[in-house]
Design a protein around this ligand. Sequence first.
Ligand code: GLA
Length: 372
Amino acid sequence: MKWALFTFMFGTLISCGREKKETNFTVLQDNSSIPLTLYSLQNTSNLKMTVTNFGGRIVSLWVPDKDGKLDDIVLGYDSLEEYLLDNSYFGSLIGRYANRVAKGKFLLEGKEFQLPVNNGVNTLHGGPKGFHNVFWEAKTVSTETGSRLELNYLSKDGEAGFPGNLSVKVVYTLTDLNELVIDYEAITDQITIVNLTDHSYFNLNGEGRGDILNHQLMLNANLYCPIDDTSIPTGEFRPVIGTPFDFLKPHSIDEFIDQLDPQLKIGKGYDHNWVLNKDSNELSLAARVSESASGRVMELWTTDIGVQFYSGNFLDGSNKGKVGKPYNFRSAICLETQHFPDTPNKEHFPPVVLRPGEIYKKSTVYKFSIIK
Ligand code: GLA
């Protein structure tokens, strides 16, 4: 990695809520000299989060339980050095293309592009220099509806193998309705492909507190995308009815996760894209997760068309998270809203092409509440 690491320099901690506290995050600079900082946001109902502009990563998210006790419900690390070594995408923004592109190849207007491969034979999450691994310009804003962090990044023509200068803006807002809203926008100066998401790992009982197998999950999807043995969609949209992929009615994640099913075998559990039930690009309910001990409920709303539900099957305890806690097998759930994996190579999937003059826009909302 090319970044210069200046340990023990002070971090400019910008607080958008009321809190201002010390951090052991060090300050890094990349070639663009953007300083690295930990930002904190807070709403009036006690939701709090910290975000670093390295990868736009959500470092912590404190949410009240049924007794009003706050717990940090996302996996992450205590220091920037650990994020530099991370290969799990904890809390990251993901781009230019979320999820997989088969063999890292795609054709755009007759021209072939080759992305660096980083996941077996495929490219995952924009490759090694995806948006999770770059420095974002950041500024905080307090508004009437909550506190907000704006992140901007210019992905240059050819960077990570993608064509076109892509200018990306992502805004995190904590609203007073206990929502975390993530708004995305991007424009390009050449035809390109775009599929952005966020990659937070949630454990509604608190990060580092056991697995997520007893979490109840509802996914608002009649169809999902089966995958080949390199996790690339086969192109089929398969009905979930009568399969372990049916989450139309909420049930616990472990109900079918260990069934002998060829698709579950490939993913070592759930690591698939569901086709959301919707007929417009309006914000709609994609998923609901709840956990009975804490009483926490998280709803996921999105304007996007798919969601990758990943049940933390590649976590194996070797990542030592915050306060040195091992993050074990299936100790978190990811719900990554997105267009379907490998769309650039699937003519019948809704397109991910962005042209000059068009604006890529998307929103995702996590709404927190308590089981009634
Ligand atoms: C995504 C992928 C998974 C895995 C995780 C990160 O969810 O679909 O296969 O790579 O990211 O470990």
